[in-house]
Design a protein around this ligand. Sequence first.
Ligand SMILES: [Zn+2]
Length: 336
Amino acid sequence: MPELRSRLQVDLPGERRPRRLRSSPALRRLVRETRLDPAQLVAPLFVVSGRERREEISSLKGHSRWSPDLALAEARRLARLGVGGVLLFGIPDAKDAEGSGAAAAGGPVPETLRKLREAKLPLVSIADVCLCEYTDHGHCGVLRGGEVDNDATLPLLAEAALAYAEAGADVVAPSAMMDGQVAALRSALDAAGHLDTAIMAYASKHASGFYGPFREAAGSTPGVGDRKAYQMDSANGREALLEMELDAGEGADLLMVKPAITSLDLLALARQRFDLPLAAYQVSGEAAMIEAAAERGWIDRRTVVLESLTAIVRAGAQVVMTYFAADVATWLREDR
Ligand SMILES: [Zn+2]
């Protein structure tokens, strides 16, 4: 071995020593390609009716279902931290076959939106638009003969979006994966004079095992069957790009992929193909895996949260929905 060590001459041209730029924290910081900013993060908020009502969500550590007054307090905290926006999901007191609660002007989402509008926080208010939290069968659309009826669902989604726009939503985010849902929302919003309400389309939404903890949080597990007849097969990438193209053509202002961890390739491809802002949803199961492993001491929570979000942004997302928004905003402040 000593002979080999003395004989081995590796010829490294001077300009090919990438380690030079890794040699100190200051150098690494200087040449870092991807930086996170709290302004690009959106915190999901689950809202319920009532006052001073807070129910912890066991499957989503650190998250609760809030009544509108407490949701406003939480939004104030997020705004102080510099978080970019909140994404509202409503959990109604009663459900029915048509999910009529989704469009109820007195529901927890419109009530929270009105409070946010009054408070004038420097925070973008985004309302998720779907029926699954509001239907007694848990599907994202209305059922006809046991199947989700696409075209019968569109007006119901549009009515919900209209209720949220009227209550002050800056952005509505259709997530039902019905064909034509972006066009339906855009035309309903425009007809009612809500020309400035933006649409963030859940454009590429795969059927996924990573949604488990959310369904507990929102009480939206389908009673019968699954969502594979409307959410995409996670094996399909070209179909995801087609969905994005269709949503862009229907008037989407932002395109979202979901889950994030399984869509990094799609973000990179979409970044090349579309000039619209791209968003990604780091979903409940992604957060739960990190929390569970960190709890066992197997990974360092802060390191892995920042690494995963940085990878999502590096892949092409400029907006990220994440359950870690408040934590990350706090850490980024500390690091400054
Ligand atoms: Zn849904």
